[in-house]
Design a protein around this ligand. Structure first.
Ligand SMILES: Nc1nc2c(ncn2[C@@H]2O[C@H](COP(=O)(O)OP(=O)(O)OP(=O)(O)O)[C@@H](O)[C@H]2O)c(=O)[nH]1
Ligand SMILES: [Mg+2]
Length: 526
């Protein structure tokens, strides 16, 4: 349990100061709370935990495969789509079934490297799957594939909740296990440290009112930590299935329609999520995971030679595409549909008609570009990777607070509370306060007038000073003057006119502006 090795993996200075706090407090708390702190420390040094969540069949597993660049998560059917699967970095590829009683069983990969869709075990006893992969993407992100929320299959919803939030030790007959030692975490403590740290929320065109509810349910599942613009982004998946005619202003273009729809959904889901990005998970998966082969490229080449009228007829529907009389065998056409769907097939054929010499590799890259995956990756980098330190530290602090609260010992609670206050008062921890304030406002826990809420959002969720001030590209002295002015405004708002809850937020925002001003002044001086 030496800190030296763990510190190397911490996401940054904020995580380090929270880790430090846990280590210092450990001897001063009960054995049970200390066990919770050890768990918090373990999580702090692990990669950021990102859950991919959303309604059933929204394409979560497909997107996970695309992000990892390997077709490993079963999609469509099978028992495994009803299980939570955690994809994490490992030196040897391996999949383990984890049972509720804590035992594990190694699963063989299927031919082709997938996790088997069906299991020859008592499904009811399975907690979740752990997949360890030698994969660069997973070095700093652990990706958690979840069964669909809003599903009628209550058992799998329960599984998601169990793993992400309310994980309980259960005996084989389903009864809860009694705690058998002081070092054991009880349920409350377990909840306090469980949960994903960030969410990639998958929605599709069907703008459902209850997606908001599902997002709230997910929030509940992340161990009572609020999801917000700091740690949640959404994708509008299956962009290829959007009928552009149904979206005004799309000019008949699918991507334009998807972009417009995504903006509309962002307005509904904000500020719960930082952004809604359109993507075609299926094409991304095929292009990124080796699913798209040179045999597929050859088949598309043949299709590209078809007469225009015939080709347009075939593209009317999947049924016509597969049943129409043509040189490419039906089985091959079914395979193309499964990998690219009609939109991808049309895109590939258009590309081949524009340049008949296109290699299979170039065609694959063109499909990848068309999938929009790069946009998702860059948002993941900007929102999650770049802020992993703050996100992890905030989640850990929330866990520490909850653990102290669950201890039931007022003295212990006070000691932990005091230590957190000392930590948060340090200038370098201000970022944590700001994240907390931002979450309070965006979740509605603290009510703010709209314009002020937006200002908190802008200051709290941008990394660049120009963007924080809403004055990107303006000269330094202007930025500095504005920061000082807003600092003054928020300070007087904190003292006059604000409710006590608003006042706490206002103090944090005041300090944020003040620190920005100091930083700008130092830059001007040097
Ligand atoms: N056309 C199209 N189909 C997609 C896309 N993404 C996924 N699909 C299809 O949608 C179906 C469901 O995909 P999954 O990835 O299994 O969805 P899921 O959300 O993981 O489903 P559950 O885990 O059962 O809730 C599959 O048939 C996919 O091929 C997409 O971008 N476009
Ligand atoms: Mg799935």
């Amino acid at each position: 349990m030496s800190s030296a090795t763990e510190q190397q993996h911490l996401a940054g200075p904020l995580s380090a100061s929270v880790a430090n706090l846990c280590q210092r407090l450990q001897p001063q708390v009960s054995a049970r709370t200390a066990a919770g702190f050890r768990e918090v420390l373990r999580r702090l040094s692990a990669p950021l935990q990102v859950a991919v969540a959303g309604r059933i069949k929204s394409g979560k597993s497909t997107l996970v495969n695309a992000l990892i660049g390997r077709r490993i998560a079963p999609t469509d059917v099978g028992e495994c789509t009803r299980l939570v699967t955690r994809f994490q970095y490992g030196t040897v590829d391996r999949v383990e079934l984890v049972f509720f009683d804590g035992t594990k069983q190694v699963l063989p990969f299927e031919v082709g490297g997938m996790i088997p869709a069906d299991l020859e075990v008592d499904f009811d006893k399975v907690s979740h799957l752990e997949a360890y992969l030698t994969n660069a993407v997973l070095r700093d992100l652990t990706v958690i594939d979840t069964p669909g929320l809003g599903s009628l299959d209550l058992a799998s919803v329960k599984r998601t909740e169990l793993l992400l939030g309310a994980a309980k030790h259960r005996k084989e007959d389903g009864e809860e296990v009694e705690d058998d030692g002081d070092d054991e975490l009880d349920d409350t403590s377990r909840n306090a440290v469980a949960g994903a740290e960030a969410v990639l929320y998958v929605v599709t065109q069907g703008v459902r009112a209850d997606d908001q509810q599902a997002l709230a349910a997910f929030t509940a599942a992340t161990a009572s930590r609020e999801a917000g613009p700091v740690n949640a982004i959404a994708v509008l998946n299956k962009a290829d299935t959007i009928t552009p005619e149904s979206v005004t202003g799309s000019d008949g273009d699918v991507w334009k329609a998807a972009t417009l729809l995504a903006e509309k959904q962002a307005a509904t889901l904000k500020p719960r999520v930082a952004d809604v990005i359109p993507v075609i998970g299926l094409i991304a998966e095929s292009a990124e995971s080796g699913g798209f082969t040179s045999a597929d490229a050859d088949a598309l080449r043949l299709l590209a030679r078809l007469d225009d009228a015939v080709w347009e007829t075939m593209l009317i529907s999947a049924d016509i595409f597969t049943s129409w009389e043509c040189d490419v065998p039906t089985g091959t056409r079914v395979r193309l549909l499964e990998k690219l769907d009609l939109f991808g097939i049309r895109h590939a054929v258009d590309a081949l008609r524009a340049d008949p010499d296109l290699t299979a590799g170039a065609l694959r890259r063109s499909l990848l570009d068309a999938s929009g995956l790069a946009g998702v990756r860059s948002r993941l980098d900007a929102v999650f990777r770049a802020r992993a330190d703050g996100i992890k530290a905030a989640a850990a602090l929330a866990s520490v607070t909850a653990l102290a609260h669950a201890s039931g010992d007022p003295g212990e609670r006070q000691r932990v509370h005091d230590a957190i206050e000392v930590l948060l008062a340090k200038p370098e921890a201000h970022q944590l306060r700001l994240l907390e304030a931002l979450t309070l406002v965006t979740s509605g826990a603290v009510d703010m007038p709209d314009d002020l809420g937006e200002e908190v959002l802008r200051v709290g969720s941008n990394a660049d000073v120009g963007e924080q001030l809403g004055m990107k590209g303006r000269p330094h002295n202007e930025l500095a003057a504005y920061a000082l002015e807003r600092a003054g405004w928020w300070r007087s708002f904190a003292s006059f006119g604000a409710t006590p809850a608003q006042s706490r937020v206002a103090h944090v925002v005041h300090r944020a502006y003040f620190l920005i001003w100091q930083q700008l002044k130092a830059q001007t001086a040097s």
